[in-house]
Design a protein around this ligand. Structure first.
Ligand SMILES: [Zn+2]
Length: 249
């Protein structure tokens, strides 16, 4: 019999479901392998040290081994339980939104380091930043871009005109447009347009640097537009956490 080789990966548990009497099947977004399915045998047992390791939101170094198409969890070292996500309902729904979006649009078993880093950073900052909508909007616009649908914000998606006096945002065409092209669009005030640029180009750790009083943007409105944009481009019917997120965050 061939020896089973174990190896270590860093990952975040994005979903966890019970399997038979004592086990769990996890989806883990790993930095090295992308999203993988992992069997955690014995993880449901009351005193199992695997309990925390296999909870949703946990960031850890996981020791896995592979047999055919399945990964098995051997052991792990918890790096961050992301406790802040478990104590605040707003954080839970905001984090679940990111995880569900990733889980439903990233192809399994393909490494996606940039997306992993973006997700890990966003989740960490949910515990730091009071600006939840802005943080999630930053995540959304960057995530859509990494998935190949970076919104075109420099010129009209139809006629390539720059510096239009009045701008709309076309979800269908994926960017800004003049308002007289007979296509559906959301009207963008000048400050809302600048805010979109900010979300796209600033780093996640700069999320709290914006003086929102000065720019006076309805952040919830833009957040909702970006959510529609993400779901449309990624062809996701409706996120399960969508309603809870809209009601509580
Ligand atoms: Zn145009």
């Amino acid at each position: 019999m061939a020896t089973i080789k174990s190896f270590e990966v860093q990952g975040i548990v994005v979903s966890s479901v019970d399997y038979k009497e004592s086990s769990k099947i996890l989806k883990v977004f790993t930095r090295e392998l992308g999203i993988v399915s992992v069997m955690a045998r014995g993880a449901k047992r009351a005193k199992s040290k695997m309990q925390n390791l296999t909870s949703i939101f946990t960031l850890a170094n996981f020791t896995l081994n592979r047999s055919k198409d399945f990964f098995y969890l051997e052991d792990g070292v918890i790096l961050d339980l992301n406790i802040h996500l478990r104590e605040d309902i707003k954080n839970i729904y905001a984090a679940q939104l990111c995880l569900e979006l990733v889980n439903r649009s990233v192809v399994e078993n393909e490494p996606q380091r940039d997306i992993f880093d973006l997700l890990a950073k966003t989740i960490r900052f949910l515990g730091i930043s009071p600006n939840k909508h802005r943080l999630i909007s930053m995540f959304l616009i960057k995530y859509i871009s990494l998935m190949g649908y970076r919104p075109r914000l420099a010129q009209c998606v139809i006629c390539s005109k720059k510096d239009m006096e009045k701008k709309g945002f076309s979800i269908e065409y994926g960017g800004i447009c003049c308002i007289d092209h007979q296509i559906p669009y959301r009207y963008l005030e000048k400050n809302e347009y600048n805010y979109l640029l900010y979300l796209l180009y600033q780093r996640i750790d700069e999320v709290d640097d914006l003086d929102i009083v000065k720019i006076n943007v309805d952040e919830k409105k833009i957040n909702s537009m970006l959510l529609d944009f993400a779901q449309t481009k990624l062809e996701i019917n409706r996120l399960m956490v969508f309603k809870a997120y809209q009601n509580f965050v």
